[in-house]
Design a protein around this ligand. Sequence first.
Ligand code: ACO
Length: 301
Amino acid sequence: MVDTSDEWITARTGIKERHIAGPGESSSTSAFRAAEDALAMAGCRAQDLDRIIVATITPDMLTPSTGCVLQEMLGASNAACFDISAGCTGFLYALSVGDSLIRSGACEKILVVGVETLSAITDYQDRTTCVLFGDGAGSVVLERSDGERGILSTHLYSDGSCGKLLYVPGGGSAMPASHASVDARAHYLKMDGNKVFKIAVKSLEDAALKALEHNGVTGDDIDLLVPHQANDRIIQAIAKRLNLPPEKVFVNIHKYGNTSSASVPIALDEANRQNRIKDNDLILLDAFGAGFTWGSALIRW
Ligand code: ACO
């Protein structure tokens, strides 16, 4: 499609394969499959959910929310449902909101989903972005925990002044869809990758260090870092700055590419299924994305 090579993509990003939604698939259908697996693993019925929070920048449509679409698919009739748009940090934003709702006593069981169909907003004529993005979904069920285990902290940050370094200009109220917007390819994701790269490394480091400092722990105490999978070079730079050896850093970007909001929950689930996470392990989540947004969460598993 574009002038690129497997060598360039592998060396610059670490990506080897990606998954792309097929005909008839969308963010809600991927979210549904991840949600069903999470509910089964948690032994939770859909009717017992108080909230469904879907992190996505590629909702099925502008309205209703993909959370409401998913509610109907799951039959989660007692849940209030909404979406969160925070780029690749979306899952951490949703996790933080879910954590707060449970801590406040407002909710008992919350389904948090990170899902993207980035193929719908990827410009396959732009080699600087089209080699990076994939589709996918991951999901967790949150509930109250006793004692020392659970989400120990979440830290979230934004800097709206960098918005246009990574954005989709068309399709919203500022530039409604028109023949002109389609001709200008304005409905596709635009990114200044080089600038994003530099800010991402610094922001991910800051968010991770904030989580450590807040909880009075050091990098040595972390059992596994599960970072947003945007670029293997970014992940390795963070690992180096936190002084984490390779066995303490979970990487699966080679299999999925950058799946934005879905990246952290897909990685978390895969790490769990591969027995890379044991009870009482200290797990650090770290993400950066469009907005700009960034953040971290520290979990005692
Ligand atoms: N194939 C071959 N060459 C390419 C390709 C490609 N697919 N893409 C760009 N190039 C070329 C460029 O044209 C440039 O050529 P030049 O030197 O002749 O001008 C050269 O490769 C280097 O380009 P850079 O943009 O400097 O490459 P960089 O090393 O920065 O890698 C990348 C690009 C992979 C995009 C990197 O910058 C990156 O990962 N950025 C961060 C992405 C990110 O974290 N995004 C946040 C989350 S996404 C979200 O929120 C939805």
